[in-house]
Write a protein that binds this ligand. Structure first.
Ligand SMILES: Nc1ncnc2c1ncn2[C@@H]1O[C@H](COP(=O)(O)OP(=O)(O)OP(=O)(O)O)[C@@H](O)[C@H]1O
Ligand code: SF4
Ligand SMILES: [Mg+2]
Length: 334
C-alpha cells in the first residue's frame, strides 16, 4: 500500500488579478499553474526557480495562507479547505513557515520570550508561563543560542540577523510542526553563515522528523541542502513544475531543457559538473511575463529544441526513467 502523502497539491492554480480601473485593463497573473506535487512525512523537497516564477505562492498555498483559484491542497489525505475550524487550526499549527527576513516576522517591541510564548500557549503545547519559559529556553539551546535565558529577555534590535534566523526556527519548532516551508530562509544571511544555518536546519530535522519545502532561487544552496539531507529537487518555470528528481541526479543530468539552462547558468563548485555541463543556446534570453498567455509548453519561446507540437500542446508532467519531466521530448535528454 502506498503511503498517504503528508501534503499534496492536486492540479493547484493561483491567478492574481492586477491593475484595472478607468484607463487600464485588468491583467491576470498565473502565478501557479496546474501544479501537482506530493511531499511525504519527514521528506526534504527543494523548490528551485528564477525570481517571480511562483515559488512563494506555491508555498503559501500549501500552508493554507492563500486560497487557490482551482485545484486542492491535501494534508494527510484531507482537503484543507473542507476541514472544519478545529481541523484547520490544527493543520495551521502543523504547517509552519520560516521567512527570508526574520526581523519582519517578529514584533520589535516584544522580547524574544514574549514572541515565542503566545503560540505555545494558544496551541496548548504548554500549560503555564513557567512551562513556556522552560520550553523556550530548551529550544534556544537547541538552535545554539546560549545562554538561552540571556536571549529570551532581549529585544530583536539587540540580535544579529543570524541569531534572529535561529529564533524564527525555534519559533516554528515550538508548536511541533510536521511540515516547514523555508522560503529563502538563508538568503539574507552572510555567505559564511549560510552553511551553518542549513546544517542546523537539517540537524533539527533529524531530531524532530518534520518535512521541509525548502524554497530558493539559488540552485547551489538547494544542492547543498539536498545532498546533505537527502530528498528531491523540484524545478519551477513560469508557474509550472517542469522537473522533479532525486538528490543530485537532477543537477548531474538535467532532463528538462529549462533545468539544463538553469544549471548551466549557475556556478556550482564541482569540477565534474562544470566540465560536463553544456549550455543549451536559448532562442531568447528574455523571460516572458506571467501575464502572457503562452500556448503549449511555456518554455517554447526560449527552448532551442522546440518543435511545432511544443507551441500547440501543453506537455503533461510524466515519469521518464525515474524522473518527472514536463517535456514532449524528455526521452532525448535523459
Ligand atoms: N498578492 C499578489 N497579488 C498580485 N500578484 C502577486 C501576488 N503575490 C505574488 N504575485 C505575483 O505572482 C508572481 C509569482 O510571485 P512569487 O512571489 O510566488 O514568486 P517567487 O518565485 O517566490 O519569486 P522570488 O524568487 O522573487 O521570491 C509574481 O509575478 C508576483 O508579482
Ligand atoms: S516541450 Fe518542447 S519547448 Fe518545451 S522544453 Fe520540451 S522541447 Fe522544449
Ligand atoms: Mg518568493
Amino acid at each position: 500500500m502506498t503511503e498517504t502523502p503528508l501534503i499534496e497539491a492536486r492540479n493547484l492554480s493561483k491567478v492574481f488579478a492586477v491593475g484595472g480601473g478607468m484607463f487600464a485593463k485588468k491583467r491576470f497573473i498565473r502565478a501557479v499553474d496546474d501544479v501537482s506535487l506530493k511531499i511525504n512525512r519527514g521528506e526534504n523537497v527543494a523548490l528551485v526557480g528564477e525570481s517571480g516564477c511562483g515559488k512563494s505562492t506555491l508555498g503559501r498555498l500549501l500552508l493554507g495562507l492563500l486560497y487557490p483559484t482551482s485545484g486542492s491542497v491535501l494534508y494527510k489525505g484531507k482537503d484543507i479547505w473542507r476541514m472544519n475550524e478545529k481541523e484547520f487550526k490544527e493543520f495551521r499549527r502543523k504547517a509552519q513557515i520560516i521567512h527570508q527576513d526574520p526581523y519582519s516576522s517578529i514584533n520589535p517591541v516584544r522580547t524574544i520570550f514574549q514572541s515565542l510564548a503566545p503560540a505555545m500557549i494558544q496551541h496548548k503545547i504548554v500549560q503555564s508561563r513557567e512551562e513556556a519559559f522552560k520550553r523556550a529556553a530548551e529550544l534556544l539551546g537547541l538552535v545554539g543560542l546560549n545562554p538561552p535565558e540571556d536571549f529570551l529577555s532581549r529585544y530583536p534590535s539587540r540580535m544579529s540577523g543570524g541569531q534572529m534566523q535561529r529564533i524564527i526556527l525555534a519559533r516554528a519548532l515550538s508548536v511541533n510542526p510536521d511540515f516547514i516551508v523555508a522560503d529563502e530562509a538563508v538568503s539574507m544571511l552572510d555567505a559564511c553563515l549560510r552553511i551553518g544555518a542549513l546544517d542546523l536546519m537539517l540537524d533539527l530535522q533529524k531530531k524532530f522528523q518534520h518535512a521541509y519545502l525548502f524554497i530558493t532561487h539559488d540552485l547551489a544552496i538547494a544542492r547543498y541542502f539536498i545532498l546533505k539531507g537527502g530528498g528531491r529537487i523540484v524545478i519551477m518555470y513560469l508557474g509550472k513544475i517542469v522537473e522533479v528528481g532525486d538528490g543530485d541526479s537532477v543537477i548531474q543530468k538535467p532532463a528538462h531543457p529549462y533545468t539544463q539552462a538553469l544549471i548551466a547558468a549557475t556556478p556550482i563548485p564541482d569540477p565534474k559538473i562544470s566540465r560536463e555541463r553544456e549550455l543549451p543556446k536559448l532562442k531568447s534570453l528574455d523571460v516572458p511575463r506571467l501575464t502572457e498567455a503562452i500556448p503549449g509548453c511555456k518554455f517554447n519561446t526560449r527552448c532551442p529544441y522546440s518543435e511545432k507540437i511544443c507551441a500547440e500542446v501543453v506537455p503533461e508532467i510524466r515519469e521518464v526513467k525515474g524522473r518527472l519531466v514536463a517535456c514532449h521530448f524528455a526521452e532525448n535528454f535523459i
